[in-house]
Design a protein around this ligand. Structure first.
Ligand code: PGA
Length: 257
C-alpha cells in the first residue's frame, strides 16, 4: 500500500464551456493545495486541457484526460493519442471507463490503450467493475478478466492505477447513487491485489494504487477510506461541486499509516 492517496476527479462531459471549467479547476486547485498529502488529478474534457494546463502552477493538482487512442498518429478521425495529451501537460489518463465500455470498448481495446498510455510516460487509471453481482460470485471472473487485460501490455505497473468502479454504483451524475459497502470495496481490493501479485512481482504489485469509484461524496468518503481500505477515489458527480470535492480531499488527507 502506498503512503499517499490519489483522488481523480472525472468531470465526464462537463462543464459546458471553458470559462466554467477554469473556475471549477481553480476551486479544486485551492482545495488541493490545502491537502498536500493527496495527489489530486482533474480529468477534464479534451478541449479544455491546454487552457487548464496554464492553471496547473501548483504541484498539487495534476491534469488528466478521459481516454486516449492506442496509435501515436495517423488517419484516425476523432481520436487523440497519449503523446498528444502529454504535449499539453496531461499526466494521467482514465482508460476503460464503463461509460466507454458501454459504447463498445472491449477488454482488448482497453489493453491497447493502457499500453499506449504508459508507453507515452503517462499514468493509466484503468476502470474495472462488474455490471451486477450474482449470488454465485461469477462477477469476480469478469473483474479478473478486466484486470488481466489492463495489465497485458504493461511490463511493470509503475504507471498503473486500478479504479474499482462497480457499474451499478455509478451515479446518474449527482454523486448520490448506491455506493458499494466498504466491506465489499475492501474485499474487491484484496481480490484485485491478489491478481496483480500473480502477474507482477509481489513488491511491485503492492505499489499499485487501487481506487474506488461509484457515488463517492462528502458523506461517504471517510468510511470508504477507513473501512474500504482503498488508496483513493475516482469521483464523478461530486467533482462538479467545489464544496463536495474539497470535503473528499479533506477525507483523503486524513491520517494514513
Ligand atoms: P459518480 O461517477 O461518482 O458520479 O458515481 C464515478 C465515475 O463514473 O467515475
Amino acid at each position: 500500500m502506498s503512503t499517499h492517496r490519489t483522488v481523480v476527479f472525472n468531470w465526464k462531459m462537463h462543464p459546458p464551456e471553458v470559462g466554467k471549467a477554469k473556475e471549477l479547476f481553480l476551486d479544486i486547485r485551492k482545495a488541493a493545495a490545502r491537502r498536500p498529502r493527496v495527489e489530486t488529478v482533474v480529468a477534464a474534457p479534451f478541449p479544455y486541457l491546454a487552457e487548464l494546463r496554464k492553471l496547473t502552477t501548483g504541484k498539487h493538482t495534476k491534469l488528466g484526460a478521459q481516454d486516449a487512442f492506442w496509435e501515436r498518429a495517423g488517419a484516425y478521425t476523432g481520436e487523440v493519442s497519449a503523446s498528444m495529451l502529454a504535449s499539453v501537460g496531461v499526466s494521467h489518463v482514465i482508460v476503460g471507463h464503463s461509460e466507454r465500455r458501454a459504447l463498445g470498448e472491449t477488454n482488448d481495446m482497453v489493453s491497447r490503450k493502457v499500453a499506449a498510455t504508459t508507453r507515452a510516460g503517462l499514468v493509466a487509471v484503468v476502470c474495472v467493475g462488474e455490471s451486477e453481482r450474482d449470488p454465485h460470485g461469477r462477477y469476480l471472473a469478469d473483474v479478473e478478466a478486466q484486470v488481466r487485460a489492463a495489465c497485458a501490455g504493461v511490463r511493470t505497473p509503475k504507471r498503473l492505477i486500478i479504479a474499482y468502479e462497480p457499474v451499478w454504483a455509478i451515479s446518474a451524475g449527482d454523486g448520490n447513487g448506491t455506493t458499494a459497502s466498504p466491506e465489499d470495496v475492501h474485499e474487491m481490493g484484496i481480490f484485485i491485489r491478489r491478481i496483480l501479485s500473480d502477474i507482477y512481482a509481489r513488491r511491485t504489485a503492492e505499489q499499485v494504487r487501487i481506487l474506488y469509484g461509484g457515488s463517492v461524496n462528502e458523506t461517504n468518503a471517510h468510511q470508504l477510506l477507513s473501512d474500504g481500505m482503498v488508496d483513493g477515489f475516482l469521483v464523478g458527480g461530486a467533482s462538479l461541486k467545489p464544496s463536495a470535492a474539497a470535503a473528499i480531499l479533506s477525507a483523503a488527507h486524513g491520517s494514513r499509516t
